[in-house]
Ligand binder design. Structure first.
Ligand code: IPD
Ligand code: CA
Length: 260
């Protein structure tokens, strides 16, 4: 199934790369304030679904752009969770930080995760119990004991004034105590970067399952922890996530639990 998912991701990446050469021709629609979709997101998603559906006609789908197909719940045998282009805003601007994200959920458990960066040609993959890989090389979270030496990432989606206020408070707390906090604009890549040690930790609130399904498996298979702001493991339901190596995870929960 991982091979098929890789094939699907590469098809989507071909669509994305082709379009990236002529961004003026990309048609952009605003779903909500500062939440964009392009014809490229839609075409990339269709390319992924086509490959997976052909191989697995009975599987269900939960996709960012086309919604659900088939039975999508925690009892479902196979559900593909797809974000065809995570970091759409970056893509529209030619800021090269975006990715294809594909995960497989079996009876409520994520068992396969893939994040593909078509610009860097970085393919991050994980299967439950079998480790995480970057371009077929085993990856692990960084051995970082102290948040004081950590490089962190975060993200923010336009929300209420209360959400913005909360975000700025979280930023101040974490920026003050770490080496720095990056906000690059793709949750899937932020998680993949934690998995391979480019980042020591990541936190964000208000995400969707397709933003974090694949990336959170990458982190846990790389020896890290993904969880809610209070340390519980219901981040897939709440959409609020902290991901890091075990020590930094504990320290981030300590700092951010009041925002759970
Ligand atoms: C967004 C990115 C971004 C995060 C937003 C997401 P999209 O996904 O992951 O980093 O801050 O909350 O919605 O809309 O580009 O697929
Ligand atoms: Ca996304």
């Amino acid at each position: 199934m991982l091979n098929t998912a890789v094939k699907a991701a590469r098809r989507a990446a071909a669509v994305i790369n082709r379009a990236s050469f002529d961004l003026d021709r990309v048609s952009v629609t605003e779903k909500q304030h500062n939440d964009f979709v392009t014809d490229v997101d839609q075409a990339a998603e269709q390319a992924i679904i086509e490959v997976l559906q052909k191989a697995y006609p009975s599987h269900a789908f939960l996709c960012e752009e086309s919604g659900t197909t088939g039975n999508v719940n925690d009892e479902s045998e196979f559900v593909w969770i797809i974000d065809p282009l995570d970091g759409t805003t970056n893509f529209i601007h030619g800021f090269p930080q975006y990715a294809v994200s594909i995960a497989l959920q079996q009876r409520g458990v994520i068992t396969l995760g893939l994040v593909y960066d078509p610009v860097a040609n970085d393919l991050f993959t994980a299967e439950k119990g079998a480790g995480a890989y970057l371009n077929e090389k085993r990856i692990r979270v960084r051995k970082q004991d102290r948040i004081a030496g950590a490089l962190l990432a975060t993200g923010y989606k336009n929300g209420s004034p209360k959400a913005l206020d909360e975000y700025l408070k979280m930023y101040a707390i974490t920026a003050e105590r770490s080496h720095g906090v990056r906000r690059a604009g793709s949750a899937a890549l932020d998680l993949a970067y934690v998995a391979c040690g480019r980042l020591d930790g990541y936190y964000e609130k208000g995400l969707q399952p397709w933003d974090i399904a694949a990336g959170s498996l990458l982190v846990t298979e790389a020896g890290g922890i993904a969880g809610e702001f209070n340390g519980e493991s219901d981040h897939m339901t709440s959409g609020n996530i902290i991901a890091a190596g075990p020590k930094v995870f504990g320290q981030l929960v300590g700092l951010l639990t009041e925002f759970a």
